[in-house]
Each structure stands twice: as C-alpha cells, then as structure tokens.
Design a binder for this molecule. Structure first.
Ligand SMILES: *[C@@H]1O[C@H](CO)[C@@H](O)[C@H](O)[C@H]1NC(C)=O
Ligand SMILES: *[C@@H]1O[C@H](CO)[C@@H](O)[C@H](O)[C@H]1NC(C)=O
Ligand SMILES: *[C@@H]1O[C@H](CO)[C@@H](O)[C@H](O)[C@H]1NC(C)=O
Ligand SMILES: *[C@@H]1O[C@H](CO)[C@@H](O)[C@H](O)[C@H]1NC(C)=O
Ligand SMILES: *[C@@H]1O[C@H](CO)[C@@H](O)[C@H](O)[C@H]1NC(C)=O
Ligand SMILES: *[C@@H]1O[C@H](CO)[C@@H](O)[C@H](O)[C@H]1NC(C)=O
Length: 471
C-alpha cells in the first residue's frame, strides 16, 4: 500500500512565517532605503548645507548690509563680521616656531617645480587646449538675450549703460555692454547655446523702486515673466540660462527663485564656498575689477624695494590676525584703515600685494595688484579664484592659508630672486585677462568670462510635451 503523505506536513504558523518573512524583509529594506534618502537629501540638494556653515543669526548679514551709505566693502565695521567662513578661522595657539619645519622645504614645492603632477609652469592650465577651444568658442558660441525695450520701466536695470562703468562693481556692467556689442549675440533662440538674463544686481540695488529689499521679489517676477512668455526656461528648468553679478548682495538675490539658484549659471564675483547660493563648477568666478584710467608708466621690478603691501580696514578675523602679527613690521607695509595717498604708488614699489579676505571674499585688490605688476598673495581660504578653469594661478600668485599668517614674512622672503622674477614675468602676461576694454578685445576679461560660460554650456533640453518639438 502506497504510503500517503499527510497533507498538512507543516504547522500553519510555520507556513505563515515563510509567507511573511520575504514581505517583511522587503518592507524593512524599503524603509531603510527611504530613511537613508530622506536623511541625505538635504545634503544632495545643497552641497553646502551642513549645520556649521549656517550663519550664526538669520539677520545679521542682510540687514546690516542694507543701510550702508556707500558701495565700499571696507566700510563694514569689524564687530558685526560673523560670516560663516570665519567660524572656521582660529589663530594657531602654538608658537610660530612650530611652522619652521614646513617652510624649510625647498620653495620649489610652493610653485610645483618639484611635484610629480604639478610641473605646469605655464600661465594656462593647458595652453594647447585653451587656445584651440577658444577659437572654437569664438566661432560658434551663441547667446540669446531676453529682449527689453528702451521704454520698459526697468530699462535702467535691464539694458546696458551708455557710459563707461566705474567703481567696485563695474565688472557686471562691462560684461553686459561688451556682450550686447559682440558677435556672440543671436536673435534666433533656436541657435542659442545659452540664454542671458540681463538684469544688473548693482543697478537694482540703487533703484529706489527695488533696492536691496526688493531684489528677491523682482527676480522671482522676472523669472515668472520669462518662463510664462517664452518656452526656453521650462525646457531645462533654467539650466541653459545665466546672469552676471559682481555685487556681493547677489548672494541673497536668488533666494525666492530656487530654480534659478540651483540650475542657472551664476557668473559672480563673490565666488566663495561659504556663500550658500554659490555652487562650485556650475557657477563661475568673475574678477572684481576697479577700472583704471591708464597703465602705470613703468612696471619694472628693480624699483620694488618693499617686500609686501596691504591696505584695508580690519573687518574680519583674518585681517585682525594680519594686524596682530605685522602692524609694526618694516618690510610688510600693512596700512589698516583708508590710505590717504594713492595706493598705486605703494603697489608699484612692492614685490607682493596682499589680498586678505575682509567682510567679503571678493575685492578689486587682486586685479589692482596685477595692474601694478605686483605679485598677488591670496589670503582667502575657499575662494574660487577668477578664471581658475583657464589660468594656472600658481604661476603668477602665492596662495597662503590663514594659519600661516604668523610665518607670512618667512614665506615671502623664502621666495628666491629667480622664482620672484618668474612670478613677475607671468603677472605681466596675465594682466590682459583682467581688463575690460571698450570694445572688447580677444582674451580680455570679457572673452575670458565667455570662455568660462562656454565650458558650462552643456545642458540637455527635454521635450515638454508629445505635441511640442524641441524649440
Ligand atoms: C530666525 O528667524 C526665525 C523666524 O523669523 C526666528 O523664529 C528665529 O528665532 C531666528 N533665529 C535667530 C538665531 O535669530
Ligand atoms: C617634472 O619635472 C621634473 C624635472 O624637470 C621631471 O624630472 C619630471 O619627470 C616631471 N614630472 C612630470 C610628471 O612631468
Ligand atoms: C574672434 O572673433 C572675432 C569676430 O569674428 C575675430 O575678429 C577675432 O579675430 C577672433 N579671435 C580669435 C582668436 O579667433
Ligand atoms: C513682469 O511682467 C509684468 C506684466 O507685463 C510687468 O508689469 C512687470 O514689470 C514684469 N516684472 C519684471 C520683474 O520683469
Ligand atoms: C512654464 O512652467 C510654468 C510652471 O509650471 C507655467 O506656469 C508656464 O505657463 C510654463 N510656460 C510655458 C511657456 O509653457
Ligand atoms: C606697534 O607699535 C606701537 C607704537 O610703537 C605700539 O603701541 C604697539 O603696541 C605695537 N603693536 C604691536 C602689535 O607690536
């Protein structure tokens, strides 16, 4: 007789267990994945948003910038300087002797003469690539500018000015002027690589109808207007759009236009990693340039008998550290406060000119130094230097970390005559890249800015609907 197996070989609970085990495992993994994504998503949407990068208070920066009577960054008093970046700054407590070993290295290390992968002694990151690519950019790059009529009530902030811009934030206006007169402009949006939103932050700031308080709403409205009237914004969420701003209050300007902040290319002077609205790589650094009437008569270096020069107010812990260590030094001429005489003369007789982060990271000091043939010394941690995608900054400047302020003199004195001559020669070569010309000339600040935009033009345009072709 065949042995029949009992139908109920396993107890009911055992079966249930095998039924629920995979399901509960799946659910658990799902929840774990969900929790993981949730906890990391705030970092993904904003790479800079870690808790300690938040300013200490909500109000300080914006409210305190508004009532300033002038555009001069140097007028901000020291006491209110609490930018997030400075939270990272602490003077070394150990004696400066502990640094001796670091700088007993041959100075070649500082300039990459001896490193394995830093042998580039040219002024460009890659000369061949840049020159080839530049030609291609010059030939084929096309920009569509959102059109505005001269009788638009906001023509003053949207159209280029008909005079030569002056002052701290001239870069913004020079760029617009040069672009409008350039061969990069196309009237046909189908040919455009990028779309330019021509509002000027500096002009808006001075327009009583807008002002610093109205910036964010104006830009929100502007983007609402162009995205309703034209199809271009919605195709990429603004990724093939750009604007240019040199004034540091542009750091708040996009706060009500999230898509613009996250997607559009921002060509800005305030290119520091501590500005939450600045996204390295997506955005690009524009030099702040104080336009000069004429070139100095002579840039010859033999008359440069002063080691280093700095002038500016003590409005940041970094400058306070500089003051503490070098205020009475005979070789580092550091003038704290406004200089009565023209500091061009001082820069002409100095070997090194210090760019020290103040209330903001960006000032015209770097380009001033280059103008006067003085080798810039950059004391501004986490500052994306202008045109850094193109220029090899090591070939014409010295970058010093905050913590090395106590040994600054040792660093500068350690630079040999040959190394200094090489830096000075390169300063004279890069000067042309930091100048605005009317009309613009090849390789000047305008063309360099265009090249930075060209490097960032690769966005993918999505089809908006089945019925609509790519426009
Ligand atoms: C920031 O602003 C919020 C709302 O305006 C307020 O409740 C909070 O106290 C502020 N925080 C600080 C540190 O000022
Ligand atoms: C860098 O230069 C040194 C000396 O000229 C040379 O020996 C070395 O091979 C170079 N390194 C690279 C990566 O090119
Ligand atoms: C860039 O284009 C302009 C206008 O077509 C032309 O005059 C100039 O020679 C070009 N420059 C280079 C380096 O190709
Ligand atoms: C947006 O469009 C409206 C209606 O045409 C206009 O009144 C307003 O000034 C525009 N705003 C901006 C910021 O362009
Ligand atoms: C773009 O998208 C916005 C928001 O979804 C919408 O209001 C607007 O009409 C769209 N623009 C066009 C031209 O379709
Ligand atoms: C600089 O010199 C002045 C005047 O001699 C003196 O009062 C001051 O303490 C000195 N400062 C430092 C940091 O040595």
């Amino acid at each position: 007789m065949a042995k029949s197996f009992p139908k109920q070989q396993y107890p009911q609970t055992f079966k249930l267990f095998f039924f629920f085990l995979p399901i509960s495992l799946a659910l658990t993994s799902f929840f774990l994945v969900f929790i993981y994504i949730y906890s990391t998503s705030s970092v993904l949407t904003n790479p800079q948003s870690t808790p300690f990068l938040q300013p200490a208070t909500n109000v300080s920066l914006f409210d305190l910038i508004i009532p300033l009577p002038t555009d001069n960054e140097d007028t901000v008093p020291f006491s209110i300087d609490n930018t997030a970046e400075d939270l990272f700054f602490d003077l070394p407590t150990t004696s400066s002797n502990s640094k001796h070993t670091q700088w007993s290295l041959p100075l070649g290390h500082l300039f990459g003469f001896t490193g394995d992968n830093m042998n580039n002694t040219e002024i460009y990151q890659d000369t061949d690539v840049f020159l080839e690519d530049y030609k291609e950019m010059n030939k084929s790059f096309k920009i569509f500018v959102y059109p505005h009529k001269p009788d638009d009530p906001f023509a003053n902030v949207l159209l280029p000015v008909d005079f030569d811009p002056k002052g701290h934030y001239a870069s913004e206006l020079y760029f617009k002027k040069a672009l409008f007169n350039s061969h990069f402009i196309t009237k046909d949006p189908n040919q455009a690589d990028l779309f330019y939103m021509p509002f000027s932050i500096a002009d808006m700031r001075h327009d009583p109808r807008i002002g610093p308080q109205g910036l964010q709403d104006f830009i929100k409205d502007y983007i609402f207007n162009i995205s309703s009237k034209y199809p271009f914004w919605n195709r990429t969420g603004g990724a093939d759009h750009f604007y240019v701003a040199c004034h540091s209050i542009s750091r708040f300007a996009m706060d009500k236009a999230g898509e613009a902040k996250e997607n559009a290319i921002q060509l800005v002077c305030s290119s520091t990693y501590f500005v939450p609205s600045y996204f390295p790589h997506k955005d690009a650094s524009l030099p702040q340039i104080w336009p000069k009437e004429r070139d100095p008569k002579s840039l010859v270096s033999s008359k440069r008998n002063q080691l280093a020069f700095f002038a500016g107010q003590v409005n940041s812990p970094v400058r306070a550290a500089l003051l503490k260590h070098w205020v009475n030094d005979t070789e580092i001429f550091a003038h704290f406060g406004r200089l009565e005489t023209d500091d061009g003369e001082e820069q002409l007789r100095s070997k090194f000119c210090l760019h020290v982060k103040g209330f903001e990271v960006n000032t015209a000091r770097v380009t001033d130094a280059l103008h006067y043939g003085c080798v810039p010394v950059i004391l501004a941690n986490h500052y994306d230097l202008p045109f850094a995608d193109i220029l090899n900054w090591k070939s014409f400047s010295v970058v010093v970390h905050y913590v090395d302020i106590p040994v600054l003199k040792k660093i500068l004195q350690g630079i040999s005559f040959e190394e200094l001559s090489w830096l000075q020669k390169n300063v004279l070569k890069v000067r042309e890249h930091f100048k605005w010309n009317v009309p613009a000339v090849d390789y000047d600040a305008f063309y360099m800015a265009m090249y930075e935009l060209w490097l960032r033009k690769s966005s993918v345009r999505v089809r908006l609907s089945a019925s609509r072709e790519y426009i």
